[in-house]
Design a protein around this ligand. Structure first.
Ligand SMILES: NC(=O)c1ccc[n+]([C@@H]2O[C@H](COP(=O)([O-])OP(=O)(O)OC[C@H]3O[C@@H](n4cnc5c(N)ncnc54)[C@H](OP(=O)(O)O)[C@@H]3O)[C@@H](O)[C@H]2O)c1
Length: 340
């Protein structure tokens, strides 16, 4: 095994979109493992919008990554050294909160156990439907959206990692589901593959007009991933007692000035709406329940998922940019090393 690690270090807080020089890929010597630790070689690095939050200094749900530190992230990998009784070389694991790096060293007790090897379920599924994004979709929709058969659910960033799961869970729960996404290809995927009732291409049509057409009975649940004008258009069409799990506001993460709005905020009052911001990890104790449900749907082919894989740890900033330009369909991953 190589004794050298490679990790992405935060060199400067980004102003707006990530720029060359904000991050640097550096090599460092690996320390010998301590008792109870496990060394994991990253196979797939998860690339998430929240990495943008973590490398900023905004008041957020976790402390910021400090300048000079490796960027916080999770990944899927293989144990290459272990001094922990539960884990052995060759085990496949989720790294938990670690770093954008070739190797991560974690206390074995902090890991979530070994990833099961289920026929027909590839490793990538543990970053998609069976991973943190899948669990965010599952618990955000089921617990906070409380979908009922016949209700209308609208989800933004609908062809992304979280949104694509939300839409399909909504269909399984009997909702009319309308997805909002950028571009004809994503909208086709939402209808033809994910089986949604309607898709709105916000880059090429007026979202308000399209919502009026596709939501003739108003909107009962808004699973919000984006914020900005898209969210405003949805707010103006919510039904009485609508629920709004607020999962993300990606349209704001690169903002360099305070973002005005939402202009239809008063509708939350007028329609007695329940808006609930949440972080998926608040349901972490119940993840096994969510993984079980999602595994059953995945194996039964009731849930489809896509991965957007970019090759090589050095490509991480390119992969990250895909989230903010909407180039990705499904979960963005960087393949850092081979699966075997
Ligand atoms: N609360 C939690 O625990 C939690 C956990 C995971 C993710 N999230 C949030 O969920 C959202 C989706 O995350 P994800 O990991 O699933 O990423 P994703 O949806 O796979 O990728 C991000 C997508 O956002 C859309 N987007 C980017 N900039 C936009 C803009 N200015 N206006 C409208 N759409 C824009 C793009 O899709 P289009 O091509 O459709 O524009 C892009 O593909 C993010 O807001 C993220 O922060 C929250």
């Amino acid at each position: 095994m190589s004794k050298l690690n490679r990790s992405w270090i935060l060199r400067r807080r980004p102003h707006g979109a990530l720029r060359p020089g904000d991050l640097e890929l550096v090599e460092s010597e690996l320390e010998p493992l301590k008792e109870g630790e496990v060394r994991i070689r990253t196979v797939f690095q998860s690339v998430d919008p929240t990495n943008r939050i973590w490398i900023s200094d905004m008041d957020a749900y976790m402390p910021p990554v400090e300048v000079g530190e490796p960027v916080r992230a999770y990944g899927l990998g293989i144990v290459v050294e272990s001094r922990h009784e539960v884990f052995s070389v060759g085990d496949r694991v989720n790294t938990g909160l670690a770093h954008w790096a070739l190797y991560n060293t974690q206390p074995g007790d902090a890991l979530f156990g070994k990833l099961p090897d289920i026929p027909g379920v590839p490793l990538t599924a543990y970053a998609g439907p069976l991973g943190p994004t899948g669990m965010t979709a599952y618990f955000g929709l089921i617990e906070l959206g409380r979908p009922q058969p016949g209700e209308t659910l609208v989800v933004s960033a609908a062809a992304g990692a979280v949104g694509s799961m939300v839409g399909q869970i909504g269909k399984i729960k009997g909702c009319r589901v309308v997805g909002i996404a950028g571009g004809a290809e994503k909208c086709r995927w939402l209808i033809d593959v994910a089986g949604l009732d309607a898709a709105i291409d916000y880059k090429n049509e007026d979202v308000g007009d399209a919502l009026d057409r596709h939501c003739p009975n108003g909107i009962d649940i808004n699973f919000e991933n984006v914020g900005g004008p898209i969210m405003d258009a949805v707010l103006g069409r919510l039904n009485h007692f609508a629920r709004m799990p607020l999962c993300g506001l990606i349209s704001m993460y690169n903002a360099t000035e305070p973002v005005p709005g939402p202009y239809n905020f008063a509708q939350l009052l007028m329609k007695s709406v329940t808006l609930r911001g949440f972080i998926g990890s608040e349901f972490i104790d119940r993840f096994p329940e969510g993984v079980q449900a999602m595994t059953e749907w995945l194996v039964a082919d009731r849930i489809k998922y896509e991965v957007d894989i970019v090759e090589g740890l050095e490509s991480l900033p390119t992969a990250f940019e895909r989230l903010f330009t909407g180039k990705n369909l499904g979960k963005v991953l960087v393949q850092v090393s081979a699966e075997d």
